[in-house]
Design a protein around this ligand. Structure first.
Ligand SMILES: [Fe+2]
Ligand SMILES: [Fe+2]
Length: 221
């Protein structure tokens, strides 16, 4: 459970903490899981964020496979996606789980989570001898950049956004819209139509086009 994750954890120590929680979940293809209704309705940061992050990691690595990325990049995207929202642990739950519309000020607070996640990742990995930690941390940092430059934290646009971030963004948005949220009690009715509308503005339209059927295969029609 993410609640027991500390900054001392490495991706290797996270997995054994997460796997025992999988027993009661409804598994989909490639081990992505749907939230059982009783979990979706609870304001349980650790469980919800764990499920979301797990699913995003599975979907993002599935996309990476389809795009022909090498094994090392597929492993990297899985690990980074698993931690992309870990910074939400620093956001007050009353804002994170507010059922109504967020104020501008509250949204500003939520937006900090991507840089918090970046910092936590750097801390987790600081004793690692793996190369490129800061570069990988940037991939987490940029998971809310929009393809048209309207995202955060840096307003990066198009190919200036790291490609692994662009993949995580697609998996992240898709995962969110196929599940209920505290501010939206039901999943979006036609998720692929909504994704299509985001192509070119929120998400990379070229990547989306080539992985359309990967996402489509996660939907139970
Ligand atoms: Fe996020
Ligand atoms: Fe997310």
């Amino acid at each position: 459970m993410l609640g027991s994750i500390t900054e001392k954890d490495s991706p290797e120590t996270l997995i054994p903490k997460i796997i025992p929680q999988m027993d009661n979940l409804i598994m989909l293809k490639n081990n992505a899981c749907f939230y059982p209704t009783f979990l979706s309705s609870r304001n349980d940061f650790s469980m919800q964020t764990f499920l979301h992050s797990h699913n995003v990691a599975v979907i993002a690595s599935d996309i990476a496979v389809r795009l022909g990325l090498i094994d090392e990049e597929i492993q990297t995207i899985y690990e980074l996606a698993l931690l992309h929202d870990v910074g939400k642990g620093k956001i007050p739950e009353k804002i994170l789980f507010k059922p109504g519309k967020l104020t501008e000020e509250e949204f500003k607070v939520i937006k900090n989570h991507s840089t918090y996640s970046e910092e936590i990742y750097i801390n987790i990995m600081k004793n690692s001898d793996k190369p490129g930690i800061k570069k990988k941390a940037k991939i987490i940092r940029h998971h809310h950049e929009n393809y048209d430059g309207s995202g955060y934290p840096d307003g990066l646009k198009g190919s200036a956004i790291p490609v692994l971030s662009r993949i995580i963004t697609i998996a992240d948005i898709f995962e969110a819209i196929i599940h209920p949220r505290v501010y939206r009690p039901h999943p979006v009715a036609q998720p692929m139509k909504l994704m299509e509308r985001m192509a070119g503005n929120k998400i990379d339209k070229y990547i989306f086009k080539s992985i359309y059927d990967v996402l489509n295969s996660y939907i139970c029609y």
